[in-house]
Each structure stands twice: as structure tokens, then as C-alpha cells.
Design a protein around this ligand. Structure first.
Ligand code: PDD
Length: 287
């Protein structure tokens, strides 16, 4: 197999040759932002939404966007085209760049480091999805700007590891008795046939998949609202799902080993998944 090619600061180069300075602030401080963009059949899915979110994250960290939209689009498209028509996951990272010295505060002048790579996007396992997955809960130990997609991810890493060790798919994070999101996903519940997800704000990432699910609910007359999800209400919800670019819409059948609803994926999830898949097919056909 040919060695994978990555994008680094203006060049497409073999992955083995792609190196960054040990003085890069992304390395020293986790001072950077990122995006993960699915590409289906060679087409980047919801690229505009991802570029909007990238801009918001960059603004939040006060890093000037190094590229125009057209430049981003051409870099990312070139990267996906190299892999042909298999489904891919495109990773993009922008750090504040290389520092003169290791000091916390930054000068405005440095030039950002831009890195992007593409890898095969493993299809969601249909059996696993039909069965539904297990989750655990943990207090949200992250900072107070979880709406920014920063590369400073150590809290998410530790929280996801807890799920791994418990044999679960995801850790649901709570603050002050409210479910916020997963360590790497957004959370939805169904309460009396209404689809509910926490409102956007500094506590959670505005997931591209989350926003698409709400868009599909709105367009197809499914009742939905943005509202808090009290941790203690989980005993009464009829369904719970996770959303993310790699999981799409994944049904959860248990939280901390307590069944959700009837302990099997529910009918509202089935409907939403069908709408999601239809949308995906349309995007693949028409861009
Ligand atoms: N993460 N919330 C968190 C904390 C996330 O890390 C992610 C995704 C999401 C879902 O966002 P989206 O629907 O845009 O994928 C929500 C990615 C994929 C990652 O870190 O790899």
C-alpha cells in the first residue's frame, strides 16, 4: 500500500516526513483547534458547517484563520480525492504555531500550523447499532468553554477511557445534575414522544450531527425541543441516542447498567436514522 499523504503548512507530503517543531504551541499547550469531517463517496459532508465551526473555535482562541473558505475547500478536497471514493474521516488541526519561548501568554504575530489528514471512515457496524450500546456516567470534569473544539482534550481522553474500561461505548457527562453531552458525542433523549437535547451554549460542542438531527426533526414534523436533561430523569425516558460524525445516530440501551425504556432501540430512533440515511444518500448524489 502507498504511504499515506498528509497536508502540512501548504504541502502534501508523505506522513513519515511530516514533522512539527517541539516549540509548537499545539504540542506545548494544546493551544489549537480541530475538526473531524466525514466524506462519503469522496464528498465532504456538511463542509460549510464544519468550516463555520472551525471559524468559531479559532475566534474563541484568538487565532487568525490562515485560509479563506475557498482555500480550505480546495485543500480538503484535494486530500479526499487522493483516497478515491471510499468513505473517509478528514482531520484538520490549526495550532497557534511555533513559539520563541515557552510562555503561556502569546504574541499576536506568530503564524499558525495547519495540519490535515484523511483516513478510512469505518462504517457503523449495523449489528451493533441494531442492538444498541451501553454507556456509563461521570461528572463533567472539563473546562467551561466546551463549545470550542480545542485540541486540549485530556479530560475527554480520560473520560472516554472510563467507558472503554467498563466495556461501554461512551461516558455521559453531567454537571449540576444535568446531562451535558458524551465525551465525544452529543446526547438526545425521547420524553413522551418529544425529541430532547440540551440547548447550545458554552457547556457543549454544537455537533454537526446534532444540528442535522434537529434540522431533520423540524423538516419532518417530529416534535423536538432543546431543554435540560436531568440525570435523574433518565429512569423515565423512553429512548436515548448518541450523535457524532463517526457514530451517526446510535441508540443507547443502558446507562450505568440500568435499561433505558424497554432496553432496546426505540421507534423514534428508527425513524430518525432512516431520515439521516436518506439525507446522507442525497448529499452523496448531489453534493
Ligand atoms: N468529536 N461532543 C464532543 C465532545 C465531541 O468530541 C464530538 C465529536 C461531538 C459530536 O460532534 P460532530 O457531530 O460534529 O461529530 C460532540 C469528534 C468526532 C472527535 O473528537 O473525534
Amino acid at each position: 500500500m502507498a504511504e499515506p499523504v498528509v497536508y502540512l503548512n501548504g504541502e502534501f507530503i508523505p506522513a513519515q516526513q511530516a514533522t512539527v517543531s517541539v516549540f509548537d504551541r499545539g504540542f506545548l499547550f494544546g493551544d489549537g483547534v480541530y475538526e473531524v469531517i466525514p466524506a462519503y463517496g469522496g464528498r465532504l459532508f456538511r463542509l460549510e458547517h464544519h468550516l463555520d465551526r472551525l471559524q468559531r473555535s479559532l475566534d474563541g482562541l484568538r487565532i487568525a484563520n490562515p485560509y479563506t473558505r475557498a482555500q480550505w475547500s480546495s485543500v480538503l478536497q484535494a486530500l479526499t480525492q487522493r483516497a478515491g471514493s471510499i468513505d473517509q474521516s478528514v482531520y484538520v488541526q490549526v495550532t497557534r504555531g511555533v513559539a520563541q519561548m515557552r510562555t503561556h501568554a502569546f504574541t499576536e504575530a506568530g503564524s499558525p500550523t495547519v495540519f490535515a489528514m484523511s483516513s478510512a471512515l469505518g462504517a457503523v457496524d449495523p449489528e451493533r447499532r441494531a442492538q444498541g450500546v451501553q454507556t456509563i456516567t461521570h461528572e463533567d470534569i472539563r473546562w467551561h468553554r466546551c463549545d470550542l473544539k480545542t485540541t486540549a482534550m485530556v479530560a475527554n481522553v480520560l473520560l472516554q477511557q472510563l467507558a472503554r474500561e467498563a466495556g461501554a461505548e461512551e461516558t455521559l457527562l453531567h454537571r449540576d445534575g444535568r446531562i451535558i453531552e458524551g465525551a465525544s458525542s452529543n446526547v438526545f433523549v425521547v420524553v413522551q414522544d418529544v425529541v430532547v437535547t440540551p440547548p447550545p451554549g458554552p457547556e457543549l460542542l454544537p455537533g454537526i450531527t446534532r444540528d442535522l438531527v434537529l434540522e431533520l426533526a423540524r423538516e419532518n414534523g417530529l416534535p423536538w425541543r432543546e431543554d435540560e436533561i436531568p440525570l435523574r430523569s433518565l429512569a423515565k425516558v423512553s429512548e436515548l441516542w448518541l450523535t457524532s460524525g463517526s457514530r451517526e445516530v446510535m441508540p443507547v440501551i443502558a446507562v450505568d447498567r440500568q435499561p433505558i425504556g424497554d432496553g432496546v432501540p426505540g421507534p423514534v430512533w428508527r425513524r430518525v436514522l432512516a431520515l439521516f440515511q436518506e439525507f446522507k444518500r442525497g448529499a452523496q448524489a448531489h453534493g
